[in-house]
Design a protein around this ligand. Structure first.
Ligand SMILES: Cc1cc2nc3c(=O)[nH]c(=O)nc-3n(C[C@H](O)[C@H](O)[C@H](O)COP(=O)(O)OP(=O)(O)OC[C@H]3O[C@@H](n4cnc5c(N)ncnc54)[C@H](O)[C@@H]3O)c2cc1C
Length: 426
């Protein structure tokens, strides 16, 4: 097979899965375990997507390692799956049964000899914002997201690394695992089927200045709160009031922060109410006497998760207030945060003081960033509309907001559709 000059590697597979969050990993496993070849692409240096950033996940409130570790073991053991990280699709040609996909792979600068001993970290002289922790803290230029991150090898951020002029990490590495000369590569993949599983990004809370985000450090987003609560997070799981580092006494959760709002996200992300109720439990565990107030337009807890809501409602330290929050500001005299909301049951405007506010921001689809033809495969909010004829199979949050259990079911469906395509079906 002739390799075009600017293509560094050519690969062939039955299925290409784009995105290695819970959706992509599940689809890849389901397909590979029935005997088909799968290439799983991930744009980040590590797999797991947003679930790996959660502290615990409902309905059982288990840590993400619970589900992800089992899946990662299945991934490692399955010789039908090739995982390629730091990759983004730059072009797709063809149709179901015969696609040609071009992929750009960024350099990791660390090879498979890495044992994650960590000797390279203290000698690295530069730092980067820790995007895994939503920039709450920093890592060195050479980093790993958390101790169980997969693949189990460090990565180097080229945006801050001083390169070969420094080489301190290279000098100290006993395993010759660091190669600062690595460069990006073009890979061409021939595949019979493609599944999109590119997930979501949190809605940009910087657009919610009226709710105090970006103005007051004590106002954070729900995903930041997951990181503050997680044992592998920036505070090792201790929930503290950002900015003051004090213990939490009275905390507000602002629902629909930028959701169901035509100026921001028009749709409901469906999981934010449950996520805040879950996060209220995190607070309860660490601060049994803290007051927790949840401000909502209307509470949405789907299916079996209604039980979760019923349990939360019985908690005498968790207060529900019906009313959309109009603004969050600081009181001029005592400097405390004030949440102003109209209680729509009473028709009265209320102001309440808090030491910390968590904005329940929604999930925004990640697909358009890929740069493939937008029309007609995305809906008006940017979610992928699966189209079997064009060959757009999708699963997970890139096709619409949903929780993990539904994502996994949808991934099984995506695997079946892919197998149908691989076998020549339309
Ligand atoms: C605050 C909050 C709390 C939540 N808590 C829970 C909970 O307790 N229980 C629950 O069930 N659900 C919860 N959810 C929802 C849950 O996070 C999602 O259902 C889940 O992340 C969806 O997984 P996914 O694989 O579709 O997407 P993601 O987790 O976003 O994974 C997508 C993957 O694709 C990769 N990717 C993106 N673009 C590309 C590209 N161009 N090329 C290659 N790779 C790419 C990403 O890097 C990522 O690894 C919560 C959501 C929020 C906002």
């Amino acid at each position: 097979m002739e390799i075009h000059s600017h293509i560094d590697e050519q690969l062939e597979t039955d299925l290409l899965v784009i995105g290695a969050g819970i959706a992509g990993i599940s689809t890849a496993l389901e397909t590979a375990e029935t005997g088909f070849k799968v290439i799983l692409l991930e744009k980040e240096p590590f797999v797991g997507g947003r679930v790996s950033q959660l502290n615990q996940y409902f309905p059982k409130l288990c840590p993400p390692s619970c589900g992800l570790e089992i899946n990662v073991r299945r991934l490692k053991d399955n010789t039908n799956i090739e995982l390629i990280t730091l990759c983004e699709v730059t072009n797709i040609e063809g149709s179901p049964g015969s696609f040609t996909v071009t992929v750009n792979q960024k350099a990791r600068f660390v090879n498979n000899r890495c044992t994650t001993c960590g000797d390279c970290v203290p000698v690295c002289p530069v730092e980067r914002d820790n995007s895994f922790n939503f920039n709450i803290n920093k890592t060195k230029a050479i980093y790993i997201n958390h101790e169980n991150a997969y693949p189990q090898k460090y990565a180097i951020d080229p945006n801050v690394c001083l390169g070969e002029t420094c080489s301190e990490c290279v000098k100290v590495c006993k395993y010759a695992a660091i190669d600062l000369q690595q460069s990006s590569r073009q890979i061409q993949i021939k595949t019979k089927s493609i599944v999109w599983a590119t997930g979501w990004n949190p809605y940009d809370a910087n657009k919610l200045e009226y709710l105090g985000y970006g103005k007051y450090p004590e106002v954070i987003s729900n995903m930041m709160f997951e990181r503050y609560s997680a044992p592998n997070g920036p505070t090792k799981g201790k929930i503290i009031v950002p900015g003051t580092n004090k213990e939490v006494d009275k905390i507000a959760f602002v629902q629909c922060a930028g959701s169901r709002d035509e100026l921001h996200l028009e749709y409901c992300s469906s999981i934010c109410c449950l996520a805040s109720m879950k996060q209220a439990q995190y607070v309860r565990e660490q601060y049994p006497n803290a007051e927790i107030h949840i401000f909502y337009i209307d509470l949405r807890a789907q299916g079996l998760l209604e039980d979760f809501y019923t349990k939360t409602k019985l908690d005498d330290k968790i207060y529900f207030h019906r009313g959309k929050v109009a603004k969050v500001f600081k009181n001029g005299t005592d400097g405390q945060l004030v949440v102003e909301a109209e209680n729509t049951l009473e028709g009265k405007l209320h102001q309440m003081k808090f030491d910390m506010v968590v904005l329940a921001t929604g999930m925004q689809p990640n697909v358009p960033e890929i740069g493939v033809q937008v029309n007609p495969v995305f809906d008006e909010n940017g979610f992928l509309i699966p189209d079997n004829e064009l060959g757009y199979i999708g699963c997970g949050v890139c096709t619409g907001p949903k929780e993990v259990a539904t994502v996994v079911q949808e991934s099984t469906g995506a695997a079946l559709k892919a197998i149908h395509q691989i076998k020549g079906g339309k």
